[in-house]
Ligand binder design. Structure first.
Ligand SMILES: Nc1nc2c(ncn2[C@@H]2O[C@H](COP(=O)(O)OP(=O)(O)OP(=O)(O)O)[C@@H](O)[C@H]2O)c(=O)[nH]1
Ligand SMILES: [Mg+2]
Length: 301
């Protein structure tokens, strides 16, 4: 018996905000690398997550939710998703559809972007666990987007580990013979600085509401890898003085919780204790400031 050839591929995860892209990526990798929260528009830029088993490697690309918004930040997020869809060499574009909410304008935009790509496609109907009538809802989806009728589809709950396997099985035919792009231990291409910013932001999202989580930008001023621990110093940009007060919280209660939450998450990734210190700065209109929106700025961060 000969050995099986190594297979590999690039898979983009696309869909409207909050449909479960980051959750699915985390479930498959068995580790939280892409913050997933109840807030739509959590993910702001592309992130690669690498799944490697004996003879297969899949490079997943998580993307911001497809939506339109008033700020340049929204345009930049939409650009990130469109670029991921149009990238050469994508072996499968997974279009995640949230079955638990009405299909609205964002779904129409997402479906149009997906329908216009040349990459092979898989529809991933998600949140099956909280959909009241699967058959009817999926029927309504195809009635609304008839162009996608012939596209293969799988129905899952991204929060269920066993459904991650179901998804991988549906993806299997798209993954052809190819090289190992990353070594076996690599889970992602992003830096600890990037994760520091993302996990601090995650805990701000979890602790605030309304416009506040959208008005926050986390900048990493310094990231020191000391022998015993990592020390991170961050600036949390907000747009108004009122938001600054909210993020600090009564007697510093919220900012302390944000720090503690981020330290706990980052400790898992860093493999050692992590100390986070933050200060909060009012930077009006950063969401329309190109300096804050360039991917390189975010990645360098
Ligand atoms: N019940 C249920 N909830 C889910 C499922 N998948 C995701 N969620 C929840 O949906 C919310 C959004 O999930 P995310 O993974 O952050 O969604 P996303 O598509 O990455 O969102 P953006 O980054 O904003 O585009 C979170 O609260 C998840 O826990 C699912 O299969 N079932
Ligand atoms: Mg996300």
């Amino acid at each position: 018996m000969g050995t099986l050839p190594f297979r590999s591929g690039f898979v983009a995860l696309l869909g409207r905000p909050n449909c479960g892209k980051s959750t699915l990526l985390n479930t498959i990798l068995g580790e939280e690398i892409s913050p997933a929260t109840p807030l739509p528009q959590t993910t702001r830029q592309r992130l690669r997550g690498v799944y490697t088993r004996d003879t297969i490697q899949i490079v997943f690309v998580d993307t911001p939710g497809i939506h339109k918004g008033a700020h340049r930040l929204n345009d930049s997020m939409l650009g990130e998703a469109k670029d991921a869809a149009a990238e050469e060499g994508i072996d499968c574009l997974c279009y995640l559809v949230d079955l638990s909410r009405e299909f609205g304008e964002e779904e129409t935009l997402a479906a149009a972007i997906v329908a216009n790509t040349r990459a092979p496609r898989l529809i991933v109907f998600n949140k099956a666990d909280i959909c009241t009538d699967l058959r009817e809802t999926i029927g309504r989806f195809f009635a609304r987007f008839p162009d996608l009728k012939e596209t293969p589809a799988v129905t899952i709950s991204a929060t269920r580990k066993s459904d991650g396997q179901l998804f991988l099985a549906a993806l299997d035919p798209f993954i052809k013979e190819g090289p190992r792009y990353y070594d076996e231990e690599t889970l992602t291409d992003a830096s600890m600085r990037f994760f520091a910013a993302e996990f601090i932001r995650k805990h701000i999202i979890l602790g605030t509401r309304d416009e506040v989580p959208h008005a926050v930008f986390v900048e990493i001023e310094s990231y020191k890898e000391l022998p015993q621990r990592h020390e991170i110093s961050a600036v949390i940009h907000v747009e108004t003085i009122g938001q600054k007060g909210i993020v600090i919280g009564r007697g510093g209660a919220l900012i302390n919780r944000i720090r503690a939450g981020a330290e706990k998450d980052l400790r898992i990734m860093a493999g050692c204790p992590v100390k986070v210190s933050c200060h909060i700065k009012v930077t009006p209109h950063w969401r329309d400031d190109p300096r804050f929106l360039k991917s390189e700025f975010l990645r360098r961060n």
